[in-house]
Design a protein around this ligand. Structure first.
Ligand code: HEC
Length: 232
């Protein structure tokens, strides 16, 4: 009995070893992505991102970004970098054009991965994660803001953050519309590197939150705080 257990363990370890090798510098196997809340894309693989705002509206688009962020962090970040900023191990995906040409290339790599001289440099994700997850991750990737553009506004965003934090406890003299408008203006000048029309920047997020209530002022201030510290 004991020997049998040991043999089983050895076999299991052997399998784990093989899986580790197959994933190159990865020790983690693909993590399923919960895509509830997104319209189903079906069995046939598309060649263009179906979750862009001009096709599905802002709400579904934002849900896709949210789900894609988590899918990306669990499955892609260890090679392609946190926030999609590559450290050089694998290509910087922020530059993939957000249109059919870039999409086609993206989905090809996502489905089949990449093997060179018998070594898997990137595992295939198509079967494991499915199409809805593929396009959610794509939506997250293509909406990453240009970090340099963010930096330009860091000082002003800090000021706006302090104003918002102040309004959270005292709304006298607060002008939510002006704040929203300025944040949207800043959001509009922070571009993506993919050519996608709107970058999912903290300015964009904060502007969306503001509705004149103290809770939302606080949430918007927090969003800016987190974004500004991540940009350091
Ligand atoms: C184990 C490391 C690893 C993981 C994990 C990984 N990739 Fe890759 N990926 C690579 C490497 C290496 C390349 C470069 C292959 C080549 O030379 O074409 C690449 C290339 C790509 C490309 C083509 C980029 C280009 O500019 O040509 C896309 C798109 C891509 N990966 C998407 C993803 C997505 C999405 C995920 C997560 C679901 C992911 N990758 C996970 C290593 C990885």
């Amino acid at each position: 009995m004991a020997r049998q257990t040991r043999t089983l363990c050895a076999a299991a370890l052997g399998l784990m070893g093989a899986a580790t090798l197959a994933f190159g510098h990865g020790d983690v196997s693909p993590q399923a992505v919960d895509t509830a809340g997104l319209p189903k894309t079906g069995d046939e693989w598309l060649i263009e991102n179906p979750y862009r705002a001009d096709k599905v509206g802002d709400e579904v688009w934002l849900t896709a970004i949210e789900i894609g962020a988590s899918g990306y962090n669990q499955n892609c970040a260890r090679c392609h970098g946190l926030e999609v900023v590559s450290g050089g191990l694998a290509p910087d995906l922020r530059f993939l054009e957000a249109e059919e040409y870039g999409d086609e290339w993206y989905v090809e790599r996502f489905r089949t991965g990449y093997t060179q001289n018998g070594t898997t440099k990137m595992p295939a994700f198509g079967e494991l994660l499915g199409q809805d997850a593929a396009w959610a991750i794509r939506t997250y990737i293509e909406t990453r803001p240009d970090g340099d553009a963010m930096e330009e506004y860091a000082g002003e965003l800090k000021g706006l953050r302090d104003t918002l934090a102040g309004y959270a406890s005292d709304q006298s003299g607060a002008d939510p519309d002006a704040l929203k408008a300025r944040l949207n203006e800043i959001a509009g000048s922070i571009e993506t590197l993919s050519g996608a029309p709107v970058a999912d920047s903290v300015a964009f997020r904060a502007a969306k939150l503001i509705d004149g209530t103290p809770e939302r002022y606080r949430a918007a201030a927090e969003t800016l705080t987190i974004g500004l510290s991540a940009a350091q």
